[in-house]
Design a protein around this ligand. Structure first.
Ligand code: WT7
Length: 648
């Protein structure tokens, strides 16, 4: 870094008079270029925050004017039943109108909406008008199969255009999609289908990953074989050329039911507060939570945050390396980019296959301007060194983004220097499945600090509090809380409003509890440090320790298990299980392998446990709860903390 960046943490003028601070790298500011500032939609970050803060409802009402409505709202925010907040009450709309329909009236219709690339190299391009037609066809087909407003449709698909088509077709009909990441096991899929009561499942016969063919259809067959009575039809995309067994009467090829479809299906105009989707996410129990988002608030929140944070221009080619199976994919692969009318990349494969420069090669090939990725991927690429990116022309990049976990300053600086070539600001976006949209994030004109998500998005009030909800002083660690409602907030948990209240609103009084820890520095910048609860973040994927424990104890050899997350140089965190064996079972390396495999089979390849240790006892409270905190402190050689509740 050059010396001109070595300014004080208060932005150049040192407020602590007379002090010549020796600043650590992390307190340095990184300033946007003059060109970035000149062309930005929002030119003054402080002012944008100030204006929105003075009247958040006016701010969001103005943001809503960017979109089309069948009928406008009567009230921007209804808090009479809080914390069941309602945004844009009385409105009639459909996110599909904004994602595709309205573009058909403008020049956007001839633009490329999606460039999809398969690991094997196949590239497909769909314009906005082609995508619109495909969605119409699939919506008509779904309608003929009996799907109507309010029905749930489960989706188990890789990152391919049909995923976008399916989600949008559901939205168009007013049906509720429940996308399950296609790395989950059949059991995890079955639980989610059952909880949502899905009538129909959309999948692909197979997917390509690291040169291997993953048979998704087989997983779906196993999931619905028994105990999954709600599923009437399974629709299968032929994504890979290979033989597929179809069950008569239940299974239908995607192509067969869409290709000759001519019916023109009307878009279902829904109440703005009607659900758009359910998306399951891990919590502190073994049962995942079905996070519910509606049409109106979600579309306004996602649209405004996407356009401002990535400062979108008409000719942007944008690549988010997440999967549609996560919220990042819902908000910022499918809905955000389509509403914005830009060109979007969907890549089905891994970023370092067949060579470790695949990701950089793709940026050059498609002339990508915005890359939105995760710290775990940045660290993996960093491990491969500077050579792979240097082989490629990355000059088209103008903006970078990070999401999923805290980005460590070292990875941030590498990303900034080697990939962004010191001209691309990095938008470190903090948010959650539940928030639906970016919450703590810079705008491109912000002064950045390596490793900080900076400040809340305009209108959002966030704070670091103690258990009682009192703000803690600057620099002190505490719980990250959100103090006011925002439009894309979750409406509730699927068929479980009690758990919604208990999880997010009753743990700490008067605020939305995020479950994260962090602190605020003297410039008001937030530093997120990770989860406060028993949820791990492995490679940016959220997974509950309780889920892995329950998978472990379902193995015949296991009596009891405690699982913790440990720091990991690439994945951020890795899981370790402590296991008490049943009588008659002996510790062995084979058993360790068998347990790891069992977890993988139960939860899917995303739930990888790196280490298993056999123990005689687990630290417990007197009420019998495993104290994972104690396990973790012991494992990491840290002080044990308060162990007064420890039974033994
Ligand atoms: C959790 C939410 C939101 C999309 C991906 C994950 C962690 C997310 C950041 C960030 C630090 C982050 C938090 C959060 N997280 N983004 N920029 N800096 N931590 O969605 O599965 O709902 O997980 O991911 O711990 O609570 P999710």
């Amino acid at each position: 870094m050059t010396d001109k960046n070595k300014q004080s943490a208060s932005g150049g003028e040192n407020k602590e008079e007379g002090l010549t601070e020796v600043l650590t790298e992390e307190t340095k500011f990184y300033y946007p270029s003059a060109a970035m500032k000149e062309n930005a939609t929002v030119k003054d970050w402080d002012e944008a925050i100030h204006v929105a803060e003075s009247d958040p409802e006016a701010f969001w009402a103005e943001a809503a004017e960017d979109l089309e409505w069948a009928e406008k709202w009567k009230k921007v925010l209804d808090d009479s039943k809080k914390p069941f907040y309602k945004w844009f009450v009385g409105s009639k709309c459909n996110i599909f109108q904004n994602a595709l329909e309205r573009h058909q009236k403008t020049a956007v219709k001839d633009k490329i909406a999606i460039i999809s690339e398969q690991e094997g190299g196949r590239i497909q391009k769909l314009t906005y008008s082609e995508l619109y037609q495909e969605v119409n066809k699939f919506a008509a087909a779904l309608k003929k199969l009996g799907i109507t407003k309010g029905d749930r449709v489960a989706v188990y698909l890789p990152n391919i255009p049909e995923t976008a088509i399916t989600m949008l077709a559901c939205a168009k009909l007013g049906a509720i999609h429940s996308v399950v990441y296609a790395g989950f096991s059949y059991l995890a899929l079955r639980d989610r289908i059952n909880d949502a009561g899905a009538k129909l499942l959309v999948t692909a016969n197979a997917s390509q990953r690291r040169g291997k063919i993953v048979n998704l259809k087989k997983t779906c067959d196993k999931a619905v074989e028994e105990d999954c009575l709600s599923i009437e039809y399974m629709i299968v995309v032929k994504n890979v050329d290979q033989e597929t067994i179809m069950k008569e009467g239940r299974d239908l090829w995607f192509k067969n039911i869409t290709q000759n479809e001519k019916e023109n299906v009307e878009t279902e105009i829904v109440d703005g507060n009607d659900p758009l989707f359910v998306l399951y996410t891990s919590g502190t129990t073994s049962k995942p939570k079905g996070v519910v988002h509606d049409h109106a608030g979600y579309m306004v929140g996602v649209n405004r945050t996407f356009k401002w944070v990535f400062d979108l221009k008409e000719d942007d080619v944008y690549w988010c390396t997440a999967d549609p199976g996560w919220i990042t994919g819902h908000s910022y692969i499918i809905y955000g980019p389509l509403m914005a009318g830009i060109t979007n990349i969907m890549y089905e494969g891994v970023p370092d296959y067949p060579e470790n420069d695949r990701i950089w090669e793709m940026i050059e090939r498609h002339k990508i301007t915005i890359l939105y990725t995760a710290p775990t991927l940045v660290r993996l690429m960093m491990k491969y060194g500077d050579e792979p990116p240097k082989k490629h022309n990355l000059a088209t990049l103008r903006l970078l983004g990070s999401v999923g976990e805290p980005i460590n300053p070292e990875a941030w600086r590498w990303f900034y220097r080697v990939i962004g070539q010191e001209k691309c600001p990095i938008m470190d976006t903090w948010w959650q499945t539940e928030t639906g949209m970016f919450m703590i994030t810079p705008l491109p004109v912000a002064a950045l600090k390596a490793g900080s998500a900076t400040r809340p998005f305009p209108s959002i009030k966030a704070s670091i509090v103690d258990k009682k909800g009192q703000r803690v002083p600057v620099g002190k660690g505490g719980f990250l809380a959100i103090n006011n409602p925002w439009p894309a907030m979750l409406n509730t948990l699927w068929r479980n409003p009690e758990r919604y209240l208990e999880t997010y609103w009753e743990k700490i009084p008067n605020v939305y509890t995020t479950g994260d820890m962090g602190f605020v520095d003297k410039d008001g910048y937030f530093w997120i440090q990770g989860r406060a609860d028993d949820v791990m973040n492995i490679s940016g994927h959220r997974i509950g320790t309780a889920e892995i424990e329950s998978a472990l104890v379902s193995h015949e050899a296991v009596v009891e298990a405690g699982v913790i997350g440990k720091p990991h140089p690439i994945k951020g965190e890795s899981a370790k299980g402590f296991v008490i064996l049943k009588k008659g079972f002996e510790p062995s390396d084979e058993l360790i392998d068998a347990l790891k495999k069992h977890i993988r089979n139960t939860l899917g390849p995303i739930a990888i446990v790196d280490e298993v240790e056999f123990v005689d006892k687990l630290p417990k409270t007197r009420s019998g709860k495993i104290m994972r905190r104690v396990l973790k402190a012991k494992e990491l050689g840290l002080p044990l903390g308060d162990i007064s509740t420890l039974e033994d």
